[in-house]
Design a protein around this ligand. Structure first.
Ligand SMILES: *Cc1c(COP(=O)(O)O)cnc(C)c1O
Length: 385
């Protein structure tokens, strides 16, 4: 079925990029587990495909599906979220400058500041919620702004539309990492971003069983350049991974609705909990960018960050006591996870920078799953108690 942008998200999630297999009628896109494709005569290919690093029908279906969900024309899938990020950085040349959000994903920070810095690409970290700081940091060498919203773990919300206007005025490319929000809650391209990036490992995959990344754009020139980098570097996903992700996107809207409902109830509960000092959740009125979140997103997501009363000892005790919330890195799966950013996901961020961002020893991050919410609340209560 051909689906257009006017169809409901759920309809597009299930049908976009897919049609029954023309050779058998199979309703699900087959796993075309093949490296190469036979040619009729040298250089004369039978269909659209010659070699699976360049393109593969299962991957093409996934790329079209996710592009549609982001309201974009072109999608490109990668072996991981950081591989997708690296492809964007390869658009740059030595001497170019990048503005990077000051609390982006740790692996993104590492890639810019420790891998591409060696190739002469300069990175400047900026608080993207401060639009004057963004404007001030731009100069004639600035070629890319890399924005993440909501951020991790402090869930700061940046104004994508406002940053896009600044980027446009200065002829700078804006890439938005939309992993935390997902295309269901927020579509950066519609707000003026040039490129959207996801780690599909998280909510898009949703079942904690695969690693992947995707880039989406509406700009045919950007798409061709990124596709050339994808082909040349070869960090493409396996075919089985693409099949798993096609299966996942079909339920993205249903999962996200439940993630949001559960997280809202848990945030409310923890907000009134005697053992909790502070709750950060974009859906709470106390969140500094609550109004912006309401405007920019159509739900507040499944991530909650809390400051518990006490320090490292109390945090450790809580993380050892939860049963349903499993202590693990990563996020966005159907099962609930709990983690301690200072020791786990953000250990590689220098202590001084961690302190500046508010990543203290009593900070705990929850990825709220889609289990029964009363069970999740009871689990947190007994762990805090
Ligand atoms: C996990 C994550 C990444 C990196 O993705 P991988 O699939 O682990 O390579 C990038 N950005 C955000 C926001 C993430 O959470």
């Amino acid at each position: 079925m051909e689906v257009s942008g006017t169809h409901d998200f759920g309809t597009r999630a299930i049908h976009a990029g897919q049609r029954p297999d023309p050779s058998t009628g199979a309703i699900m896109t087959p796993i075309y587990q093949t490296s190469t494709f036979v040619q009729q005569s040298p250089g004369k290919i039978i269909g659209e495909y010659d070699y699976s690093r360049a393109a593969n029908p299962t991957r093409a279906a996934l790329e079209a599906n996710i592009a549609n969900l982001e309201g974009g024309k072109h999608g490109l899938c990668f072996a991981s979220g950081v591989a997708a990020t690296g492809a964007v950085i390869h658009l740059l040349s030595s001497g170019d400058k990048v503005l990077l959000g000051d609390d982006v994903y740790g692996g993104t920070n590492r890639l810019f500041n420790r891998v591409f810095a060696q190739l002469g690409i300069e990175t400047v970290m900026v608080d993207m919620t401060d639009l004057d700081a963004v404007k001030e940091a731009i100069d004639e060498r600035t070629k890319l702004i890399w924005l993440e919203t909501p951020t991790n773990p402090t869930l700061k919300i940046a104004d994508i539309k406002a940053v896009a206007e600044i980027a446009k005025a200065n002829k700078v490319t804006l890439a938005v990492d939309n992993t935390f929000a997902t295309p269901f809650l927020q579509n950066p391209l519609s707000l003026g971003a040039d490129i959207v990036c996801h780690s599909t490992t998280k909510y898009i995959g949703g079942h904690s069983d695969s690693i992947g990344g995707v880039l989406v754009t509406n700009d045919p020139d950007l798409h061709q350049r990124l596709k050339f980098i994808q082909l040349s570097e070869g960090a493409v996903p396996g075919i089985m991974e693409c099949f798993l992700l096609l299966r996942s996107t079909k339920t993205l809207h249903v999962r996200m609705q439940r993630h949001c409902e559960n997280a809202a109830k848990i945030a409310d509960h923890l907000n009134n909990h005697p053992k909790v000092e502070k709750v950060i959740y974009p859906g709470l009125e106390s969140h500094p960018q609550h109004e912006l979140a309401k405007r920019q997103m159509c739900g507040f997501g499944g991530m909650i960050t809390i400051y518990i009363k006490g320090g490292l000892e109390e945090s450790r005790a809580m993380l050892e006591k939860t049963h349903l919330f499993a202590c693990a890195e990563s996020l966005g799966g159907v099962e609930s996870l709990i983690e301690h950013p200072a020791i786990m996901t953000h250990a590689s961020v220098p202590a001084e920078h961690r302190a500046k961002l508010g990543i203290t020893d009593n900070l705990v991050r929850l990825s709220v799953g889609i289990e029964g919410v009363d069970d999740l609340i009871a689990d947190l209560d007994q762990a805090l108690g």
